[in-house]
Design a protein. Structure first.
Length: 133
């Protein structure tokens, strides 16, 4: 798990190193979503760095409204991910292809079997970045 202060600091530094800037943070404060978002403007687009609250996993997705539900749309941002991986040792930065492939529960033993049965995620992205009720 990555604490919020560490996540914020890494996002600011990653944005600075990649020529971008942090626009805002959207911190999750209830059961869902189970991830925080840092909106970063970089390279002519805005992306959301999403970091789960309960495990050391992050990814880059299209930004979403705080009230929006449904699966995240993951995007590639290799330069930003490389810097975040350097700044957050021990945090696994997943690529779009890792998050959109078929879900195998055995590959994610920290996820609750009851949650998997209830949510029935089709991809690792759906299982790790929970937006359900």
């Amino acid at each position: 798990m990555t604490d919020v202060r560490t996540f914020r600091g890494a996002c600011h530094e990653a944005a600075r190193r990649t020529g971008g800037r942090v626009l805002e943070f959207r911190l999750a404060d209830s059961v869902t979503p189970n991830f925080h978002q840092a909106l970063i403007a970089c390279g002519g687009r805005t992306v959301a760095v999403v970091c789960t609250r309960d495990s050391a996993v992050l990814a880059v997705a299209e930004p979403r409204d705080a009230a929006e539900s449904g699966p995240l749309t993951f995007v590639e941002a290799p330069e930003l991910v490389a810097v975040l991986s350097e700044l957050l040792p021990g945090v696994r930065a997943l690529t779009r292809s890792e998050l959109t492939g078929p879900f195998d529960a055995a590959a994610w033993p920290h996820l609750s079997p009851a949650d998997i049965t209830y949510w029935r995620p089709g991809t690792p992205g759906e299982a790790l970045f929970n937006y359900w009720d």
